[in-house]
Design a protein. Sequence first.
Length: 124
Amino acid sequence: MVETYDHARAGVSILREEVGGRATFFVDSLKSLRLAEYEPIVHFRAEDGVISRLDKIVEFREPLGTAAKQFLPRLRSAYLTESATAAERLARENAQYAFVTPDGTCYQGRMVTGGRPDESGPLG
């Protein structure tokens, strides 16, 4: 997280010319953010096989902290489920939401994403 686009360009320049690798810089000041609580239209229940909405159980360290959830909309539309069976059923019925199993497999509509958590990628 950086305050200005100049800072982001400087970071990219350091990576390109000195360090190597890639990074994403989030440009904004936390002071200017308006953080509002988000509630989805659909409220899933434990009886549906849902444990929690992901943004309710994932925490971020400062300086971004709770502001990160404002800019990661997938967290607000993803749910931890108790089983693959529940995730599959919910994904078929609610394709606009993602349903994640305890082993990290993600179901959304007709898509299933997963793999070994020790490999690179979103489960890494």
